[in-house]
Design a binder for this molecule. Structure first.
Ligand code: SF4
Length: 213
């Protein structure tokens, strides 16, 4: 699919995906808690992430308070998330950096966000889009895989995929794009055994067209 075709067909594909698998939105909209939630969300079910974020919020409330938390007290609150031992230290350290380096306010710039240890481009883009409503496309493994299957690009890594998507996708669609594709990737376009026969966008999909060739 060339760039012009991709841009022209994008709105139709977007609407179909959104109808088939409406996105999950995490509970918090405050930038600090969006950041903490996103850090915990990697390799974790959404409902588990939501519960862990709420546990932290109820006990600590803000960055200042979490920055002073004890590791042994944080760990039980988030013990169900994947890699909880690493993440317990990380959320405390992130809170400390926000308080000490950014005067308690999560920065709204990609470079500053990614300067925080453990915050990669994907997490930073989620914060920019979800918390600050800035046009940003967060590319995780779901977005990377699905974009390549559909044929929007042939990219080797999420960074390349982000570049391609920024050229193809009209800006008004950027904000809701990541949560929508993540949900679609979990339910329909799974990493292994995508449910192509149930998929409402198969007629646009390069992977589907090439099956059996
Ligand atoms: S047709 Fe199959 S591979 Fe293509 S987007 Fe749908 S589920 Fe994914």
């Amino acid at each position: 699919m060339n760039r012009k075709q991709a841009t022209e067909t994008f709105p139709e594909i977007y609407e179909r995906i959104r109808s088939q698998s409406p996105p999950h939105h995490f509970e918090f909209k405050d930038p600090f808690w969006v950041l903490i939630t996103t850090i915990m969300s990697h390799r974790t079910k959404d409902e588990v992430t939501d519960r862990a974020a709420r546990n932290l919020f109820e006990k600590y409330g803000d960055a200042e308070s979490l920055s002073c938390a004890k590791y042994d007290e944080v760990l039980p609150l988030i013990s169900k998330v994947g890699f909880s031992r690493v993440k317990a230290g990380r959320v405390i350290e992130t809170a400390r950096i926000i308080v000490e380096d950014f005067h308690g306010d999560v920065p709204d710039e990609l470079e500053k966000l990614t300067s925080i240890p453990g915050v990669g481009r994907k997490t930073a883009n989620v914060v920019l889009a979800d918390a600050f409503r800035k046009p940003a496309i967060a590319v995780d493994t779901h977005v990377h895989r699905i974009s390549n299957r559909i044929g929007w690009g042939k990219t080797k890594n999420p960074e390349e995929t982000e570049e391609v998507l920024r050229r193809i996708i009209p800006e008004q669609y950027w904000l809701g794009f990541n949560p929508m594709l993540v949900e679609f990737g979990k339910k329909i376009c799974k990493p292994v055994g995508p449910k192509c026969n149930e998929c409402t966008i198969s007629e646009f999909c390069q992977y589907y067209k090439n099956r059996g060739k």
